[in-house]
Every structure is written in C-alpha cells, then in structure tokens.
Design a protein around this ligand. Structure first.
Ligand code: RNT
Ligand code: ZN
Length: 414
C-alpha cells in the first residue's frame, strides 16, 4: 500500500491520518544525553558509576568530551523524526576542562549547552546528579543520617534547580528537572521512618525557594531497588506519589522501577486524575532495572496509547532513560527514540473512538477483534510518510549514516 491508500484504509475506521501526523509532530521526546557516554559526564569521566545503576558492555566509541557528545547527538538527531529535547545531568557541565564541584556548579557552566540547543531548536531538561561522588559513597544523599552529607546534596540540588530555571528563562522554555537519589539499604533497615522523614525534609529544603513554573518544573522519581540497595529504597514509588501530590511537584514514573509484572502504562490514567502533570522515564527493564534500549514492544505501545487516548499530550512529559554500552551508542539513541516516536504515531492512529464505543456497548468481542486487526493496519506507510516529511530515512537505511560516522569518527576514539 502507499500513503494515500493507507489514509483511505484508516478513514474506514474513523481515523484522520493527517490529524494524527500533525498531532504527533508536536509531542516532544526528551532524549537522555547519558546514553552517549555510559552516564559518565564531564566532571570526572574516569570515575566510577555508582548509585546502584550500571552500564554493561565496552563497545568502542564512547563520547569523552562535550564536543564529542554533541557531535554524536547531532548524528542521532538527524535520523530521528519529531520534536526533540535533550535531557542533561549536572555532571554534563561545560567547565572548559576545569574541575568544578557539585556544590560549585553555576548557570554559566551550561551556557554553551544553551547556545547549542538554541541553534538546533531543542529544549533542555535537567537533573541533579546525586551519585558517582565520594559524598554518596555511604549509599545515602538527601536522606543521610549525617547532616553534612544531607546539606551537601541539598546545596547541589538547589543549584541544579537554579540552573534549570536559568536555562528555561534563557531559552524561553519550560525545563523539567528530575530528582532521583539512590538512597537505600543493602539489608533490612531498622528505621525506615527516620530515613523517609529526612528525605522529605531535605526535598522541602530543595524546593523552598519559589520557582517560576513557566521556566522550571520539578519532578521526583522513586524506584524499588538498586544494586547494593536491594532491601530498602528510601524514595519508594509510594513515597514520591504522596510527596508529589502533597507538594505539587511532578511524579516521575520510570518503566524499570517496578516489579516485573507491574507496568507504568496502567498508572498514567490514575496520575492524570489527581495531578496536573507527570514525567515518564521510558526505559526497558530486562529481568531487572537494566535500562535496555527502548524497543517497539507491548508496553511501549501501551504507554503511548494511554497518553494519546487521554489527550494528555501536554500533561505527560516524555523522557527516555536507557544506557547500553554494548552496541553503537549513536545507534542506541536512534533506535530508542525512533521507537518512542513510532509508538506515539501508532497510538495516534488507533481507532480509539470505535474501540471505546464497543466497550461502552459491552461488545468485547468486537473490541478484541479490532484491537488485534489494528496491529497489522498499514502503519508502515504512514510512518514512512512521517519520516519523509521530517527529512529522515523512513526505514533501516538510517543505519548506513551511523556506520559511516562510526568508521570515520567513532573508530578513532581509542
Ligand atoms: C536510576 C534512575 C535515574 C537514572 C538517570 C541517569 O535508576 O532511573 O533516572 O537512570 O537519571
Ligand atoms: Zn529513570
């Protein structure tokens, strides 16, 4: 089938393909900068990744400098359709090779990122980095029993928030700042309440200064466990759900931060009923919070469908969170982000009005029949059109571009 044929095909099910293309082209996807260099950043690139998260693999070509990371990102972005943002961590500062501490970071260390993003029409999102640092070696940051440790991380988070607001103001855009801390116990704790109370109090300190929500929105991310923190995570999902609702900040749902049969797609509708906005970390957990590259799987499509069906295009901020060091990292960005875009388009083309009608009528047979038939609608023709209009390859030919870049540039990085 060609595009025209596909438009007619979808129309028979009440789906306006042109409207779907238009809609999806406006939904930004925030691309995780940390896929480009295995979450190392430029503060101390030779340091160890800690905090209970891990990259595995030693594929050659990791970006080692700000310049390399940006060049790699440009190649990836040129192969991805749709609206893009870049998600930065505080450790990706540009300090001209100088060593700047976590509590010494300033807005100016991100000026070159702002210029770079502005030239490309990219939005920026931000994260304080509360791991990979001697002050987090105890396994605790904002919830540490040691006041000096807590104060150190409160200061780092405050500075990160100031930087985010500055980025938002300078770009005339809204930055979403996500707070994730690794705090947890390897073994059964004796005082869960105390730790959670300290975390809540520290976060309240971080958020004390009123911020202009036009320029910065804060989001808090919980999880189940991390490596070395298997028994207890201070910032559990429930903790942050309650915190987000009571403090009016965004709740972050990371697809890898739940038990293996628990899915974030099912949580989106609940969140939308009780809070104005949320942040997603779209990831792919394989047996654990492994942060595999996002694939076009059932859960990814379900996540996209929940956003689209709810009309929550502007209330759900989509961020990607994966880091795979075992494959070409530029390709990893392209694969994961194209899949997110692909899923959004797939969702926008769903004959949802008809499906909802069947459901209201109690006609579950028709609902199931159409849901299954929909899976093989001529989606690839519409996706190809979407890519062509965005001047990016519509099929796997994008890999040729990455391979050329690999041979010329990445292979030289030894
Ligand atoms: C860790 C969280 C967190 C990080 C990134 C690097 O489990 O998912 O979001 O992956 O901030
Ligand atoms: Zn995450």
């Amino acid at each position: 089938m060609d595009y025209k044929g596909a438009v007619e095909y979808y129309a028979r099910y009440g789906v306006d393909v042109e409207a779907a293309l238009e809609r999806v082209s406006k939904i930004p996807v925030s691309i995780n900068c940390w896929q480009g260099d295995d979450v190392r950043g430029f503060e101390n690139p030779d340091g160890e990744l800690t905090g209970g998260i891990q990259t595995t693999g030693n594929y050659p070509g990791r970006a080692r400098t700000v310049g390399e990371l940006r060049a790699d990102f440009d190649v990836a972005a040129s192969l991805i359709p749709g609206k893009k943002r870049i998600n930065l961590h505080a450790i990706y500062l540009d300090a001209d090779g100088k060593n700047v501490g976590r509590c010494d970071i300033e807005p100016r260390h991100f000026d070159s990122w702002i210029d770079w993003a502005r030239e490309r029409g990219l939005g920026i999102d931000f994260n304080p980095t509360c791991f990979s640092h001697p002050m987090s070696d105890s396994g605790f940051t904002l919830s540490s029993p040691d006041r000096a440790v807590r104060e150190f991380w409160i200061e780092h988070c405050r500075r990160s928030r100031d930087i985010a607001e500055y980025i938002g103001k300078t770009l005339g855009d809204t930055v979403v700042t996500n707070y994730w801390v690794p705090d947890g116990h390897k073994d059964t704790p004796a005082d869960r309440l105390g730790a959670r109370q300290r975390l809540a109090e520290s976060l309240d300190e971080v958020f004390r200064r009123p911020v202009d929500k036009k320029y910065n929105k804060d989001a808090v991310e919980g999880k189940v466990f991390g490596i070395g923190a298997e028994s207890f995570t201070v910032g559990s999902n429930d903790f942050y759900l309650a915190y987000a609702i009571s403090r009016g900040v965004l709740w972050t749902l990371d697809a890898g931060h739940f038990h293996p049969t628990e899915f974030i797609s099912d949580k989106i509708s609940t969140a939308l009923l009780f809070m104005p906005e949320i942040l997603l970390h779209v990831s792919r957990p394989v047996r654990w919070d492994s942060d595999h590259v996002v694939t076009f799987d059932d859960e990814l499509r379900a996540i996209a469908c929940e956003i689209i069906r709810a009309g929550a295009d502007e209330r759900v901020h989509i961020g990607l969170d994966f880091f795979d060091a075992s494959i070409n990292r530029v390709a990893a960005w392209v694969i994961g982000t194209r899949n997110m875009q692909r899923a959004l388009l797939y969702a926008a083309l769903e004959p949802s009005a008809l499906l909802k009608k069947y459901e209201e009528e109690g006609d579950y047979t028709s609902r199931l029949a159409l849901m299954e038939e929909y899976k093989t609608f001529p989606f690839s023709d519409v996706w190809a059109e979407y890519c062509e209009r965005a001047s990016v390859p519509s099929d796997g030919a994008w890999l040729d571009g990455v391979r050329r870049y690999e041979a010329k540039i990445l292979a030289e990085r030894r």
